[in-house]
Design a protein. Sequence first.
Length: 394
Amino acid sequence: MPTNHYDVIVVGLGAMGSAALYQAAKRGANVLGIDRYSPPHTYGSSHGDTRITRQAIGEGEMYVPFVKRTNAIWQELEDLTNQELYLKTGGLIIAPETGGAEWHVSGDFVEHTAKIADKHQIEHEVLSSDETMKRHPLLKMRSQDRAYYEPDAGVLRPEVCIQVQIEQAKHHGATVHTYEAVTSYKTTADRVQVITDKATYEADKIVLSAGAWMLDLIMPEYRSGLEVYRQVIYWFEADDINVFTESNFPFLIWIGDTDQDFFSAFPTPRDGIQGVKVLTEHYAETTTPDTLDRIVKPEEIAHLYQMTTDRLHGVTDNLVHADVCMYTMTPDEHFLIDFHPDSDRIVMASPCSGHGFKHSAAVGETLAELALNGQSTLDISQFSLSRLGTKESK
Ligand SMILES: Cc1cc2nc3c(=O)[nH]c(=O)nc-3n(C[C@H](O)[C@H](O)[C@H](O)COP(=O)(O)OP(=O)(O)OC[C@H]3O[C@@H](n4cnc5c(N)ncnc54)[C@H](O)[C@@H]3O)c2cc1C
């Protein structure tokens, strides 16, 4: 085989790609990972210090095996590297008892989550507004709200997760090329050719895990319905940051009466950005990675401060930091993990619709298994490309 031939080439080394690279290299494959930047970086969907993870996945029961397997992989990596990937902080999902907005699934997200927790024996409580505020006096809840509490939930450190998996992949012999962009790929009967802005490579299989850039890499007929949305993360100065740290403050997923009321707040890791991280979600306008507006405007900051102070005590209007990030959404907000319809030499993962990080280590393992064995341990039947239809079939 020529020296530029690999068993597997992974295109994009963010949350999903770094995990796929690590898992393929760990299984002894000769693997090349290529990224247009140098991950972890702030240009895609996996930056911002923290990502929420929980065990009862209200988005759908099919995700529970993914989060369980992912948690086991984080534990293995923590033991192996002595790095802290996961902080157990507990987590609250707050929503009105009736008439709340829909989030990721139709119906009541708190009820969905509690049902899945019951079924999988995941420790949890459903608390009244008064009880929640008694335990967490920083919250300003309304009497009609209630909360699902999961004590073993917490936050991941996304940049560390990505870095550790790339380092471990290299330790197992993976080659990594950064600041190199894949521009196209071609399949022949016995290989795939990958063309970048610097060179051409060959592989038996390729994994496409390019996040918001997937739309450039998958065929136009399958792009229909996949959309990229600009999201902003804000960190506001606290009166006393100690009350918001990982040991004192759970993450909040706060579902309101309308989509516009969605709010989330995160505990502050001791070595993280020293502010209270908060966000809402925006779906009014689509964007692309190339045209993404990375400037955060004063009116956006004022709006988020208002949302924050309506829900939390102890946060000032002094913005410490802000980051722009991208959600890549499918129409049903579920994942896309499948072979390319034209060739089983190409494995695709994404878009992870704003809830992918907590499953990413297991998604990466699934991608490596699909590339190396043609099948996966975890069930991906609900993440098929065909369920999205093509432009023509819509
Ligand atoms: C603000 C925000 C908050 C979120 N909160 C949560 C949360 O709390 N919990 C949770 O579970 N999920 C959360 N998510 C979702 C989660 O972070 C994403 O689903 C996940 O990080 C996406 O990973 P990815 O690998 O698909 O994309 P990315 O991590 O963006 O990786 C894609 C990579 O591909 C590279 N690339 C692109 N094109 C090319 C090319 N042509 N050639 C080579 N390389 C290329 C890019 O440089 C990038 O490194 C959040 C997302 C955002 C934006």
